[in-house]
Design a protein around this ligand. Structure first.
Ligand code: ATP
Length: 356
C-alpha cells in the first residue's frame, strides 16, 4: 500500500484555461496516508471522478504531480500504477466462473495456487458468493456481478491503493449496508489505502476514517466524521453534512459581538473576519436549545421523525431548523439559545475563529 501525494494538482478539460472557472479541479495539494480509508464526497459535478481518475492514471492532470510513496507516477499509465479499481457498473468476465473471475488477477501475477485458493475463498465468503463459486458469471444479477467486481478489487494484497467510484449504486439497499461494513472490516484487517467516491454522506461517513469534502472543483475540508460535524471549515460542509444541515445565518461581527437581524449575541472570542464581504453565523440544529429563555422565534412547523422532532422556525427574519428530543417540550412563547461552543463564524464562506 502507498502514501499518495497530490502535489499542486489542477485540471482543465478544455485547452488553454485562463480563469478558475475553466478548471474542473482547482488547486489540490494534500498528502494521503498509507493505509488510510478516504471518501471523496460531494455533489454531482464537483470533481470527484476527475480526482480519482488522476490518481488512477485515466486522466493526466493539466498541472502538478502525483506521487505514490514518494515516486512520481504522473506520467505512468494506469496499468503501471499497481492499483485496483472498482467502477459504478460491474466489469467482469461473463464466460468465466465466479471463482475464476476472482482468481484471474492473481494467476496473472503468478501467485502460488494454494495462496490463490485461500484468498479467493476468503473473498467469496465476504461477498456472500461461496455457493456460486462454480457458476458462470453470465447468469448472475447486476448486484451479484458488482460484488464480483468489488471482490476483484480486494483479492490482491500487493496493490498501492484500491479506488472505488460509487461502487454500490447497483446494489440493493440492505446489501449496501452489509458490503460497506465488510469493506470497513477488511480495511481494518489489511490496512489497504482506499479511496472511495460517493455523493452519499451516509456511505462516506460509515466507510471512511477521513472524509474529503469537495465542492465546485475544490477540496473544502478533510476530516473525521466528528470534525465535519463539529467544525465545518466551509459553509458548504455545514450544509451538506447532517440532516437537516447547519443553519447559516447572515451576520455582522463587531469584536466579540454578533448581530443577526435585530438580535445580538456575545461570543467568547473576537473572530478575525478581515475584510470579508459576507459574514455568516453557523449553528447546527442539534445545538439550538428551544425553551422559554433566550431569543424569540416563531415556530412554523414541527416534523416528527421518530426519536427526534425537527422544528422549522423563523429567527430574526431567517429560517432556522431546531432538533428537539422526542419528548422535548415546544412552548407556545418559544425562545432559543445557541450553544456558545457550537457557534462557527464564516468569512466569505470559510470558518474563522479560535481553531478554524
Ligand atoms: P458525478 O458525481 O456526477 O460523477 P463528479 O463530482 O465526479 O460528478 P466530475 O465527473 O469529476 O464530477 O466532473 C467535474 C467537472 O468536469 C464537471 O463540470 C464535468 O462536466 C466536467 N467534466 C468531467 N469529465 C469531462 C470530460 N471528459 N470533458 C469535459 N468536461 C468534463
Amino acid at each position: 500500500m502507498a502514501r499518495i501525494d497530490l502535489d499542486h494538482i489542477r485540471h482543465a478539460y478544455g485547452p488553454r484555461p485562463t480563469s478558475a472557472k475553466d478548471y474542473a479541479l482547482k488547486e489540490v495539494h494534500h498528502e494521503w496516508n498509507d493505509g488510510g480509508a478516504y471518501a471523496l464526497l460531494g455533489p454531482s459535478g464537483c470533481g470527484k471522478t476527475t480526482l480519482l481518475n488522476i490518481i488512477s492514471g485515466l486522466v493526466q492532470p493539466s498541472e502538478g504531480r502525483i506521487l505514490f510513496d514518494g515516486v512520481d507516477v504522473t506520467h505512468l499509465p494506469t496499468e503501471k500504477r499497481n492499483i485496483a479499481q472498482v467502477f459504478q457498473f460491474p466489469v467482469i468476465y461473463d464466460t468465466m466462473t465466479v471463482y475464476d473471475n476472482l482468481a484471474f488477477p492473481l494467476r496473472n501475477r503468478h501467485v502460488p495456487a494454494a495462496e490463490i485458493d485461500r484468498r479467493v475463498r476468503d473473498i467469496l465468503e465476504m461477498i456472500d458468493l461461496s455457493h456460486w463459486a462454480d457458476r458462470k458469471a453470465r447468469g448472475l444479477t447486476a448486484d451479484q456481478k458488482q460484488k464480483i467486481s468489488l471482490g476483484r478489487g480486494l483479492v490482491r494484497n500487493d496493490v498501492s491503493a484500491i479506488l472505488f467510484d460509487e461502487p454500490l449504486t447497483v446494489i440493493d439497499p440492505h446489501m449496501k449496508w452489509v458490503l460497506r461494513s465488510q469493506l470497513k472490516k477488511l480495511h481494518r484487517q489489511f490496512g489497504f489505502t482506499m479511496v472511495y467516491v460517493t455523493h452519499d454522506q451516509t456511505e462516506a461517513l460509515t466507510f471512511a476514517d477521513k472524509v474529503v469534502v469537495m465542492y465546485d472543483g475544490e477540496i473544502v475540508q478533510i476530516g473525521t466524521p466528528a470534525e465535519l460535524f463539529e467544525r465545518p471549515s466551509h459553509t458548504f460542509v455545514g450544509y451538506f453534512i447532517g440532516s437537516p444541515g447547519m443553519n447559516v445565518l447572515p451576520a455582522r461581527v463587531d469584536g466579540s459581538q454578533v448581530t443577526i437581524g435585530d438580535q445580538v449575541l456575545g461570543l467568547d472570542h473576537a473572530p478575525d473576519i478581515g475584510s470579508a464581504a459576507k459574514v455568516e453565523l453557523g449553528i447546527r440544529p442539534e445545538f439550538v436549545r428551544l425553551g422559554r429563555e433566550g431569543m424569540p422565534v416563531e415556530i412554523a412547523k414541527v416534523e416528527d421523525i421518530g426519536r427526534q422532532k425537527i422544528v422549522r422556525a423563523r429567527f430574526a427574519g431567517q429560517p432556522l431548523a431546531i432538533v428537539v428530543p422526542e419528548d422535548g417540550e415546544i412552548p407556545t412563547d418559544a425562545r432559543v439559545r445557541f450553544d456558545p461552543a457550537a457557534i462557527s463564524i464564516y468569512a466569505d464562506s470559510w470558518r474563522v475563529g479560535k481553531e478554524a
